[in-house]
Design a protein around this ligand. Sequence first.
Ligand code: MN
Length: 470
Amino acid sequence: MKYLPTIGIECHVQLATKTKLFSEVDNDARGKEPNACVSPVDFALPGMLPRLNGEAVRLAILAGRAMNCEINSESRFDRKHYFYPDSPKGYQITQFYHPIIDEGYVELPSGTKIRIEHAHLEGDAGKLTHFDTYSLVDLNRVDTPLIEIVSMPDIHSAKDAHDYCKELWRLMTFAGVSYGDLYNGNMRFDVNVSLAPEGSTELGTRAEVKNLNSFRSVERAVEYEIARQSKLLDAGKKVVQETRGWNDGTGKTTGQRSKEEAKDYRYMPEPDLPPINLTADFIETEAAKLPLMPADYRKKFGSILKAEILEVLLDYSELMKKLAEIDKKYVVAIANLFTSVLLAEEKSAEYLNDLPATKQLNDLAEMNEKKELSSTATKEVFLHLFDPQMKRRDTKTIAKELGLIQENDLGALEAIVDLVLAKPETQKAQADFKAGEEKVIGFLVGQVMKESHGKANPSAVQDILRKKLK
Ligand code: MN
């Protein structure tokens, strides 16, 4: 039997604020000792009260607008109760009834639109590390600000699930809302998958795969769930509504626990925090700070760059900002340099975040256009421009120092050609060429290149040789 998969995705995005959502300790615990970034508020000591971080609200506005969402003028916090050793309060402060971000949509590169149901602000939980007979609790991550983005069940394939997550990551990094460091769990995806017989108007029972932290694992987990559920349904069995875990090594999901209902969490309004009231003016002022988004770049460069090149470059927000500053006539050349040189050599994203100056790149493209640099030399200079010591230097000076500038001065080139043609070892080749042996021109050009220490412009040399050997 054929089934139509229906997929909805919840994504937790860690906001790049300086301090936590409800306290004034450092939000960046990378490289720090466990429990080093914890305040009495995060510990939930008696009498401690949360205070909302305004920066998180401003970032939520940007995140919402990046997803074409309405921002609610009033939103509120709620308590979601559950006991877990890494959550000292015994509840999570989240937004259940009145989230800050309302409906919107994310458009995939293919043009498919995935609707956003809502997105809300909430605090993260801590981290447990389990050993044989004991577990360790690290509260550094407690109440790190998150937004949880809830999609509508608009996704129907593993590939679209992958593309949606990747596009969300791009939107959040381009908007500057999150560092988007997937390795450190800055974005985590929970994927709901259900199958229904094709043509059916009802959705099937869904299973939720929790805590995926890469686009590839989202895609693989969805593929696995589609196959697993199809097999069950084909055999006349039922899919159990449950939470499942993903094992990247085995490529399988396994059942963990039956899914709680909302009522199990006993949501209630958070009494320690007032509602967030935002004026239309404030929302618009903040939303206006949203920089160019992937969709804007697709519009801007779509007619001059190939889609496959543009989609590769769109993984790097800093690079796209740079490209927007480049002289329009050099955009294609610079985009090609980035794609071919950097991506072929698998330079890390970090490398791409410290880019050469715009003028250096414009000058480089101009030198290539004027044939002062061959294409090989252009690539070589390009790589040198990433050297921190070259950052503020003039491209032409760097190229000169590297001895890569081509000799285009026809008078100077002619003198070198004459020198080579006077050499006894080129006499036979000259005679052969005159007798019609076309291919020996390569040998002669090579001799001139050698004489010029590689700086002659080979096509200019060839022109001069042909004139002289007529
Ligand atoms: Mn959540």
